[in-house]
Design a protein around this ligand. Structure first.
Ligand SMILES: *Cc1c(COP(=O)(O)O)cnc(C)c1O
Length: 386
């Protein structure tokens, strides 16, 4: 009876239908399934953050509409955290905006800066929201393929002139989901030069900036000179503090970009629940030992899985950051075939082509299961005849 709007019809086909069907069929039969498919931390939110929300939730002054752009104390805490972590100064009122999770900000950004027919440069394989948000704004995604030969960084010189002319926005994401690649400040400098020449707004998704190993500290886009002239950065408390369900993040950077995004948001949502903002302030101001502890757990899981997968004959890099492993599909198989074979053993992985065509030939594992489950997954993976 109700014809769906064209923007919904423009969404790409969902590629995991068949795998999802098999998964539910197996679950219904009572098969024990180990899900390494979802990027959602299994560890709990640290206790000091939970205590802060409990207390704040009981205070009636937090029950009213929050300010659209975030409490002053929240934006100040973000600026202070940023200064300590990255050595970058931010003006809390103009250069920081609270988000209902970074996904919300990423999804709304194209509405502020993309007109119908404008191009957004989108990395592929990549987080799907960059291209769906572009489509919803009437824009055209131009896919920048991420290849292993380039360290999974986009090749800016390979983007045709005719596309560059129409491009208004560029999305990048490091540490990267799904490839687990990292970027140095020198890459951000090249992006800034490109963006300045072509008047493109750079949106760096830094959701995994704090999930890193072996002492590596992923840089912020804003650490590169001139970054604030051309772009902004999206952050999330979701992965850093195991707070995916809480829905809180922030955008920082260029004040015009922050203002534009804020103008869209003030017409769509009414801000982040103050009790959640107060807990987020606690998370940012507290000592960051919980982050170190969480990373330590992921690092042990990473080492276990990298070793086990190599023993099983798989080819993969040891990631420096993010909680993903990006694994080559053995020769003679497709991503979907491998995912299907592993599912038959009760192990769910994500086929790389689901993140975009250049992801074909890979599959992704999330390290969001405990050690015993990962060991069991390895036993099952080793049974898959390649
Ligand atoms: C998880 C994730 C996000 C979204 O996180 P929020 O919970 O919305 O803050 C954004 N980008 C990438 C690449 C992610 O993996």
């Amino acid at each position: 009876m109700f014809e769906k709007a064209d923007r919904l019809k423009r969404l790409p086909p969902y590629l995991f239908k068949e795998i999802d069907r098999k998964k539910s069929e197996m679950r219904a039969k009572g098969v024990d399934i180990i899900d390494l498919g979802i990027g959602d931390p299994d560890l709990p939110t640290p206790a000091h953050i939970i205590e802060a929300v409990q207390e704040a939730a009981s205070d009636p002054s937090n029950h009213r509409y929050p300010s659209y752009s975030g409490m002053h104390e929240f934006r100040t805490a973000v600026a202070q955290w940023y200064k300590t972590r990255f050595g970058v100064d931010l003006a809390p009122e103009k250069e920081v905006l609270a988000l209902i999770g970074s996904k919300e900000g990423i999804a709304h950004l194209p509405l502020a800066f993309i007109n119908p027919g404008d191009v957004a440069l989108v990395p592929t394989p990549g987080y799907p929201v960059y291209h769906t948000a572009t489509l919803f704004a009437g824009g055209e995604p131009y896919y920048m393929p991420l290849h292993k030969e380039n360290g999974f960084l986009p090749d800016l010189k390979a983007i045709p002139e005719s596309v560059v002319h129409r491009a208004r926005v560029m999305f990048i994401n490091y540490p990267n989901n799904p490839t687990a690649a990292v970027a140095e400040v020198s890459f951000f400098e090249r992006v800034i030069d490109f963006a300045r020449r072509h008047r493109i707004l750079v949106c760096h998704d830094a959701a995994y900036s704090e999930v890193a190993y072996d002492g590596f500290k992923p840089p912020s886009f804003l650490q590169a000179p001139g970054a604030k002239d051309v772009g902004l950065e999206f952050h999330s408390l979701s992965k850093t503090y195991n707070m995916t369900g809480w829905r809180v993040g922030f955008a920082v950077g260029n004040s015009e970009a922050i203002e534009g995004l804020g103008a869209i948001k003030s017409n769509v949502d009414s801000g982040v629940f103050q009790a959640v903002q107060i807990a987020a302030i606690k998370a940012l101001r507290h000592d960051q030992s919980s982050v170190r502890d969480t990373n330590h757990v992921y690092q042990q899981r990473r080492d276990l899985m990298v070793k086990g997968l190599r023993e099983a004959g798989f080819d993969l890099e040891t990631p420096k950051a993010s909680f993903y492993l990006w694994i080559r599909v053995p020769k003679g198989h497709t991503s979907t075939q491998i995912a299907t074979k592993l599912l038959e053993q009760g192990v769910v992985v994500t086929p790389g082509n689901g993140f975009g065509e250049p992801g074909e030939g890979y599959f992704r594992i999330a390290l969001t299961q405990g050690k015993a489950r990962l060991e069991e997954a390895l036993r099952r993976i080793k049974k898959v005849a390649l």
